[in-house]
Ligand binder design. Sequence first.
Ligand code: TXA
Ligand code: MG
Length: 320
Amino acid sequence: MSIISKDIQKAIALLSNEELVAIPTETVYGLAGNIFSEKAIKRIFETKKRPFFNPLIVHISSVALLETIVSEVPEKAQTLANTFWPGAMTLVLKKHKDIPDIITASKDTVAVRVPNHPVTIALLKQLPFPLAAPSANPFNNISPTKPAHVERYFKNDIKMVLDGGTCKNGIESTIIGFEKGEPIIYRLGALAIEDIEAVVGNVIIKNKKKENPDAPGMLDKHYAPLTATILTTDIASEIKKHTKKKIGILAYNSSFKNDTVAIEIILSKNSDLQEAASKLYAGLHELDHLNLDVIIAEKLPETGLGKSINDRLQRAAFNS
Ligand code: TXA
Ligand code: MG
């Protein structure tokens, strides 16, 4: 029997009973539990096989609840929250004393966001506690953007995926920390840097492990398919190097198909970066289940969401 269901009351019952439910957001599906239940939070780490040093994001239903999660809000953080929440932006701020250490990996900061998905907002409004939710994939695997992706990963581990359809943004939230009140980007994501800079001025990006050992999720290899993946600006030449292999192509806006290519996915024929982001992980999930020898992915333009997509593709292709 499928664990995918639209029954919000059932999700409330499970979460209130310290169990896990996968929840829809506009970015990717999350594996959610009550932030105050040690049992539920431990299960999140076990289910994902995620190391305890990697902290979780707290999800709340409105900007007004921010003061229950954090102890200090710099002016630019408040401006960003007012502008972009609900939305695909996570803020890392000094934590409120009530936030359990297991959520934050014992750091003095906590990551928090208001997701922009009607089903999950309705769920959060009916729960007396916030939800911790990392992306609903095993550690280092591709994040899920459809209920079926979560079911494939976790059908033996959790009782329910709350069905909210396909995630419309399709890559994770942009994570922003603060140093001396100034915003620092820890993870490129579904909210473009240009949009953030339009509101708070220039921001610094520290999204590599060596630049920011404090954001432990920034491992070089991440979001990775099991199939060997190559990232290139020149797909045609790369295809020629692999002619004896079973090749899958992940292209931006145009076709490279010839008889040595087994399958090709084009992310956006109209060169729309938002559409490309929303289709990225679904494309990688599909290619990764076709027993290909190699996935050849095309580098996108380095502007707006193109930067975030290239970041994920670089991590997918790391070392393969
Ligand atoms: O879009 C998203 O952000 C999704 C949806 C479900 O909300 N969630 C998500 O969670 O991507 P996760 O756990 O896969 O990624 C959270 C990232 C990790 O890289 C973690 O290291 C970082 O946030 N993080 C969490 N708390 C932090 C903190 N206090 N300081 C620095 N980084 C933190
Ligand atoms: Mg993740």
